[in-house]
Design a protein around this ligand. Structure first.
Ligand SMILES: C=C(O[C@@H]1C=C(C(=O)O)C=C[C@H]1O)C(=O)O
Length: 360
């Protein structure tokens, strides 16, 4: 699959003057709840009304969705409010029912994207559809797996495709429910600049008070839209209570978000930008040169260790370097997180060099 300009035609055709907004409850709970939220969202920027009908939960025994009964409620939403509708599908039977109930946008959840079998089943069931189909990232940070799912849909002649970035599971506890790992979304945009990409701050944060900041970051990174879970009574929602916002909070978020443009034609801006980018290019070259010099020194140490039969890893020395560099970084406005990541990568490369020498 290659990037194609036409990948974003469906989005351009919507003619929006704001990011695409998909909002609605995590789960459809009752007909009354679904319609009440829909009416509150009717005259806002919301383009697609979402509600989960089949809910794959982490553990059995929790509320697992109302099933296809909820599709009738979504049809009613469309009749009463004119809003288009969206839901998650996880197998061929879901697809069939969703299409029968004229759902306009279907998405494949993170737990389905991990399974090529399931994705293929869904792609076959959707073959040639003119509905919009969005693919959430797989739970694990695996870009080829994400792209593979999109390719399967693309090969099934589905034209209105896009992705949803909902963050990634991690073993360690972080402030996020699912760590955003923005670099993955940036890499996806680099390879497929015309494939629409939507951010899902609700699942990334897991907490409603973090949704604004993550949404703003997404817009700053050229995301095309947002999917934000919205409930009339978030605290008493039957699923994902902590991350849902009220319709009025959603409206406020949309109002406060700053929408940036891709570029600006003004000459002064462009010459200042060129100047600073030239500085960055010089520094980047210096960084590479310095890293090459550092590796040469490490190669020398590798040769010495070989002569004396000494182990490659020297934890005490390594620990000293890390501690010193974190402090040095602070003086230059560099975060500890960045310094640790960068020096761990440098250390690994240094070890690889020495391994080659010692075992060569
Ligand atoms: C370079 C050495 O070997 C390894 C690599 C290090 C580095 O690249 O800074 C530090 C300690 C060792 O784990 C060394 O022993 O000094």
């Amino acid at each position: 699959m290659e990037n194609k300009k036409e990948m974003r035609t469906w989005l351009d055709d919507l003619g929006l003057d704001h990011p695409l907004v998909i909002a609605g409850p995590c789960s459809a709970e009752t007909e009354e709840q679904v319609l009440k939220i829909a009416h509150e969202l009717k005259d806002t920027d919301v383009n697609y009304y979402r509600a989960g009908i089949w809910k794959p939960r982490t553990r059995p025994g929790n509320f697992e969705g109302v099933g296809h009964l909820g599709l009738k409620w979504l049809q009613k939403v469309k009749e009463e409010t004119g809003m288009k509708t969206a839901t998650e599908v996880a197998n061929a039977a879901h697809v069939k029912l969703a299409l029968e109930h004229d759902i306009d946008l279907l998405w494949i959840g993170a737990r389905s994207t991990v399974s090529p079998f399931i994705v293929q089943e869904i792609a076959d069931a959707l073959e040639g559809t003119d509905k919009i189909v969005l693919v959430k990232n797989p739970v694990n940070p695996d870009l080829p797996l994400w792209l593979g799912a999109i390719e399967r849909l693309y090969s099934s002649n589905i034209k209105k495709l896009g992705v949803i970035h909902r963050g990634f599971s991690t073993y360690e506890k972080t402030k996020y429910r699912n760590k955003p790992k923005w670099q993955l979304a940036i890499e996806l945009q680099r390879r497929f600049p015309d494939l629409p990409i939507i951010n899902d701050p609700s699942h990334i944060t897991g907490k409603r008070d973090m949704i604004f900041d993550v949404s703003q970051t997404a817009l700053d990174l050229n995301f095309d839209g947002l999917m934000i879970e919205t409930h009339i009574d978030p605290d008493n929602a039957w699923s994902d209570a902590a991350q849902q916002v009220t319709p009025s909070t959603l409206v406020q978020i949309m109002e406060d978000l700053k929408i940036r443009k891709e570029t600006d034609a003004e000459a002064e801006y462009n010459s200042a930008l060129d100047n600073l980018r030239a500085q960055i290019d010089v520094v980047d070259n210096q960084i590479i040169e310095l890293l090459g010099t550092r590796m040469k020194a490490s190669d020398g140490i590798g040769a010495l260790k070989k002569q004396k039969n000494v182990a490659v890893l020297q934890s005490k020395r390594w620990n000293e370097i890390l501690g010193r560099m974190v402090l040095e970084g602070q003086d230059h406005g560099l975060s500890e997180e960045f310094i640790l990541k960068m020096f761990k990568a440098i250390h690994q490369e240094s070890i690889n060099h020495q391994e080659k020498i010692i075992n060569g």
